[in-house]
Design a protein around this ligand. Structure first.
Ligand code: ZN
Length: 113
């Protein structure tokens, strides 16, 4: 259920921007979500649909890009995504690694009509 709080945040932010730019209808919101956030974009979209009734955000779609956490090799300094990560550095084979958890949550841009 933690999507509710973040949806309120998105809703308030986008509503404010829509007002500032005198936008009558927001059609799409692009989000960037770190893979450690555990936010489900579909749930955010569902909450937004409910919250936005009668506002410029009514019927808005959510488009999300997942940002992967990165792993840094403490020996050679290489960075790579978790996706490429097995249990050792792909460059030097070291197991002296540090995970940088990606918990970003960014409203990347907004499409208006
Ligand atoms: Zn390395």
């Amino acid at each position: 259920m933690h999507e509710l709080a973040v949806t309120e945040y998105v809703f308030n932010l986008v509503s404010k921007q829509a007002k500032e730019h005198k936008v009558d209808k927001v059609s799409k919101i692009h989000l960037e979500i770190g893979d450690q956030c555990d936010y489900v974009p579909e749930i955010i979209e569902e909450y937004l649909q409910v919250m936005s009734e009668g506002t410029p955000l009514e019927g808005v779609k959510v488009d999300a890009t997942v940002k992967e956490s990165t792993v840094v090799c403490k020996d050679c300094g290489a960075t790579f995504t978790r996706h490429e990560f097995k249990d050792s550095c792909p460059k030097c084979g070291s197991q002296n690694l540090r995970l940088q958890r990606c918990t970003d949550f960014i409203v990347k841009n907004i499409e208006a009509e």
